[in-house]
Design a protein around this ligand. Structure first.
Ligand code: WT7
Length: 649
């Protein structure tokens, strides 16, 4: 099918989906219009669903030039109160807040009610206080996908500490860099994690990180029961340390603009940035987006397969669902253990109604055949979501037809770590769908497409995706480096937030994200800065220079392609290739493992020494016909050498 034909293809929203939906088609139009024309009125109304210790009298107060963003600035609230205590106070303490499905399908499932969650969060909060953690302090959380990870996040929020969750797949060096950047004195971790029966040495990784940076205290949750090293005076087993803490801990009244958390994310240059989200706007944004996008109904079981180490886990495992009083499933394992039907087995076992996953998982499971899906009764599914990267229409259709039986609406949700929550999506009761398109802007979101010079493009068109108005869930700064925040997001196109994504808008006003237009690659829905992989490679003693680009990968969306030049006298070999792959894994973590290493005598550079990445991208894509102008290269001959190298692999 041509692009045009694909864009015309509608999949009608099932009529039943509109029955009792949080938002139907005409409501969407009216609510969207009001969210722009009377933004303050609209957001004041959404904010009123939350409990505030002091109600805000101001709603939006922002400017993108100069950059200054505030929402609900004189309000006081606590997101832990809204996610936990509020439901207990309302008499819903017996509702299940979290269901834990362990890695081992025979292992013990846990059902944690809101009342139990309150008890657990208070215990964790008082343990943090006992360690010496105070309001405003940064706490690093490096945990497996177990409920204690959520307890730790909520406990920080409860006492006003700022959490920085690090994905359990990151290396000791990555942990050390992040701990150092936000000067976090405290770490919550576990002995080990489990993924597909493999043990992840979390505590050992923390120990290795803490050889490089100091920490005052480490709380260790016993998960697998492994015997791990404990440093006297610094490390404490959580179950012992928490045994004598009080069973009450009030929620700290937080100013709406007090920081809630830091989450590190990769950009096109430099080390990962600590994106800062604040309390009030993020609370309202995650509560509202979860409510409308997933159309959650009381009693339903909701499952987001992300990890709490990513923003999806923050917003749509913990804060969005729990503020809505939902029952959220937390899954420790992986989609292909013990077999490729695990997702569907879990959906059947827990009668999951709302399922939210990533295109990379859908493509990987699609490849294993529909037999794995057919084995299970998936009739409980009512809404299905996708997030993390563009979903190709073929995978969309398989998800819709084979998993959803052709009757379940799909929400393809576009957003970013920096946006705090979902920005572009269809709503299940309101919109017809187009496979491969994220759809329409959420309430309050004003997307704009611009060309490379910043000229605004109207109508059906393609360009760089900017957002022209602030929304409550927007990140406020980069931790410790506000200039970098301004430079990264507001300087490419002055007065606008630039997403870094390319995007097409069709004649129906549907948005089609085409992928990153900067030096960021999206590997299995995880953002990776090419500069980070390059820095890791050049740290190796034999490597002289490295240039890293993305290329299309069937399962991962994009793969990591590394061009490497060696120091004089070094020979390339399969062995060195293996060594460099291991090296990058160790420096950053398994998600950064190079898919392709291409040894080359030189890189294509302009006379001023700038690497021409455009050429490297094309060659990695096996697209040699459209290399463009190569005459400005210092040595145009290098292009043929690179092409030879690519074709002979
Ligand atoms: C980048 C953000 C949002 C949570 C997970 C990733 C890409 C995300 C979609 C989608 C097309 C998408 C974009 C974006 N992306 N969702 N539905 N369709 N692309 O968060 O690590 O901050 O990455 O992921 O390129 O910029 P992140």
């Amino acid at each position: 099918m041509t692009d045009q034909a694909v864009q015309q293809e509608w999949v009608r929203m099932p009529a039943a989906a509109a029955d009792g939906a949080a938002c139907n088609a005409s409501q969407y139009e009216a609510m969207y219009a009001r969210s722009i024309e009377d933004a303050d009125g609209f957001w004041a109304e959404q904010a009123a669903r939350l409990d505030w210790f002091e109600k805000p009298t101001k709603v939006a107060d922002w400017s993108f030039d100069p950059v200054d963003i505030k929402w609900f600035e004189d309000g006081k609230l606590n997101i832990c109160h809204n996610a936990v205590d509020r439901h207990v106070d309302a008499g819903n303490g017996n509702r299940v807040a979290l269901i834990f499905e362990p890695d081992d399908p025979e292992g013990e499932v846990r059902h944690i009610t809101y009342a139990e969650l309150q008890g657990e969060v208070v215990r964790m909060a008082n343990s943090l206080k006992k360690l010496g953690v105070a309001k405003g302090d940064r706490v690093t959380i490096y945990m497996p996908m177990v409920p204690e990870g959520a307890f730790a996040m909520l406990a920080c929020a409860r006492i006003g500490a700022i959490h920085s969750v690090i994905f359990g797949g990151f290396s000791p060096d990555a942990i050390a860099g992040r701990v150092e950047d936000c000067e976090s004195d405290w770490i919550v971790t576990a002995d080990q994690g489990l993924r597909g029966s493999k043990k992840v040495p979390l505590k050992a990784n923390v120990d290795a990180a803490l050889e490089k940076v100091p920490a005052k205290g480490v709380l260790v949750v016993s998960h697998t029961g492994a015997d791990v090293a404990m440093t006297e005076g610094r490390d404490h087993w959580y179950h012992e340390y928490s045994a004598d803490v009080a069973d009450e801990c009030p929620c700290e009244p937080m100013n709406a603009e007090d920081p809630l958390f830091i989450l590190y994310t990769s950009g096109s240059t430099g080390s990962p940035k600590g994106v800062v989200h604040t309390t009030g706007g993020y609370s309202v944004w995650t509560e509202t987006t979860f409510r409308y996008v997933f159309d959650y109904r009381p009693g339903e079981i909701y499952w987001c397969t992300a990890d709490i180490g990513w923003v999806t886990g923050h917003s749509y495992i913990v804060y969005g669902p729990l503020q809505n009083g939902a029952t959220a499933l937390m899954f420790e394992g992986v989609p292909n253990y013990p077999d490729h039907d695990r997702f569907w087995a879990v959906c059947e076992k827990h009668k999951v109604n709302i399922f939210y996953t990533a295109p990379t998982a859908i493509r990987a499971l699609m490849r294993e055949g529909e037999g794995h899906v057919a084995k299970h009764d998936l009739s409980s599914l009512r809404v299905m979501g996708s997030v993390g990267e563009p979903i190709n229409p073929e995978a969309w259709r398989w998800y819709h037809e084979t998993v959803g039986g052709g009757t379940v609406p799909i929400v393809d949700t576009w957003w970013q770590t920096e946006t705090g929550g979902i920005m572009i999506t269809t709503l299940p009761g309101a919109h017809d769908m187009k496979p491969g398109s994220a759809g329409k802007p959420f309430f309050g979101v004003c997307p704009q497409l611009v060309d490379n010079d910043g000229a605004v493009l109207e109508g059906a068109t393609e360009g760089n995706l900017c957002i022209t108005r602030s929304w409550p869930g927007q990140a406020r700064t980069v931790y410790g480096d506000h200039d970098r925040f301004i430079q990264t997001y507001f300087s490419t196109y002055k007065g606008k937030y630039f997403t870094g994504d390319g995007c097409r808008r069709d004649k129906d006003g549907y948005y089609w994200i085409t992928g990153r237009v900067d030096d960021v690659i999206n590997v299995s829905g995880h953002r990776m800065g090419t500069a980070e992989v390059e820095s890791a490679l050049v740290l190796h003693a034999k490597v002289s220079e490295a240039a890293v680009v993305g290329y299309p990968h069937d399962i991962k969306g994009q793969g990591i392609y590394c061009y490497v030049t060696l120091n004089a006298g070094e020979e390339h070999s399969d062995e060195l290739m293996g060594e460099l792959r291991q090296w990058v894994r160790k420096e950053i973590g398994p998600i950064a493992t190079p898919d392709h290493l291409h040894f080359t005598p030189a890189l294509p550079k302009t006379r001023s020494g700038k690497i021409m990445r455009r050429i490297l991208r094309k060659i990695a894509e096996n697209d040699y016909g459209s290399l463009g102008d190569t005459s400005t290269l210092a040595d145009p001959g290098i292009v043929d050498t690179l092409i030879d190298g690519r074709m002979n692999r």
